[in-house]
Design a protein around this ligand. Structure first.
Ligand code: NDP
Length: 282
């Protein structure tokens, strides 16, 4: 069997066009949605992510406001900026690019973002609402995974979804979102025993580990759907996922590539969350 390759780039383009259309057709006199993006320091990967987010905003008709702060910015200065943005009526969404320099407490920063503007979906209020199954901003990466599966008409209800990784930004929220879609969910991590046997039970496998080619073909059940969240930069400069794409695609029924899979969907969901934040205010 050769897996269907789920083209996250193409799905993203379609969804971004829909978002752009909604914004373009807004009521006369209504301002466009606004997204404030804060970046602290000069982490090259963060700079690439922020630039991609700005480009996506432009394509959708969202006004982006960039706040590029120096590495020496204090926690208090950052918290004051967030407070200002919380009160800025032109700004619907606020995102602070992570990771932050070590002298700044990331949790304090995330907590300071008003839940109504927390389009990354990391604040305790949004996390709590996600857990309770209430309306919320879901974290963009796992939300993008679910959106992709739905777009491809892949059945989730009743399926066994095995997630490898339990981070707050990917693994845990992915588990909650898949539960909401009525999957039976298993979450694996670095202390999981018999990982191979666990993963092999998955009808849907979501890999969010951060280790290149970690999920190999012998871990995958014939016909499973494999979603690769990982982004790993090899010494050669090549970017690869957590899944051995070449071998696993001979076993799986559908698979997401890296690049061009979950990555573009993450930014698309950020655009959708910003649109939702704006719709609530407008
Ligand atoms: P974290 O490092 O926060 O979490 C990694 C998880 O993998 C942990 O739960 C860890 O377990 C688990 N893990 C590590 N080693 C093993 C192992 N040997 N066996 C089983 N589980 C293991 O990473 P993130 O969740 O933030 O990101 C995961 C990957 O996804 C990264 O490559 C990241 O770059 C990528 N990513 C991609 C995004 C996108 O837009 N496509 C967005 C966000 C992340 P434990 O908890 O026990 O340590």
């Amino acid at each position: 069997m050769f897996a269907k390759i789920i083209d996250g780039k193409k799905i993203s383009e379609e969804l971004r066009l829909e978002t752009a259309k909604k914004i373009k057709n807004r009521k006369e006199g209504l301002r466009a949605p606004g997204l404030a993006v804060i970046i602290v320091g000069d982490n090259p990967a963060s700079r690439i992510y922020v630039n991609n987010k700005k480009k996506a905003c432009e394509a959708c008709g969202i006004t982006s406001y960039e706040y590029a702060l120096s590495e020496s910015t204090t926690e208090q200065e950052l918290l004051s900026l967030i407070n200002e943005l919380n009160n800025n009526t032109e700004v619907d969404g606020i995102l602070c690019q992570l990771p932050l320099p070590c002298h700044i407490d990331e949790n304090k920063v995330i907590d300071a973002i008003s839940p109504e503007k927390d389009v990354d979906g990391f604040s305790p209020v949004n996390t709590g609402n996600l857990l309770a199954g209430k309306p919320c901003f879901a974290p963009c990466t796992p939300a993008g995974v679910v959106e992709m599966l739905k777009h491809e008409s892949i059945e989730i209800s009743g399926k066994h979804c095995v997630i490898v990784g339990r981070s707050n930004i990917v693994g845990k929220p992915a588990a909650l979102l898949m539960l909401q879609e009525n999957a039976t969910v298993t979450v694996c991590h670095s202390r999981t025993k018999n990982l191979k046997d666990m993963v092999k039970q998955g009808d849907i496998v979501i890999a969010a580990i951060g280790k290149a080619n970690f999920i190999t073909a012998d871990m995958i059940k014939e016909g499973a759907v494999v979603v690769d969240v990982g982004i790993n930069r090899l010494e050669s400069g090549k970017v690869t996922g957590d899944v051995d794409f070449e071998e696993v695609s001979k076993i799986a029924s559908a698979i997401t590539p890296v690049p061009g899979g979950v990555g573009p969907m993450t930014i698309t969901m950020l655009m959708q969350n910003t649109l939702s934040a704006w719709e609530r205010f407008s």
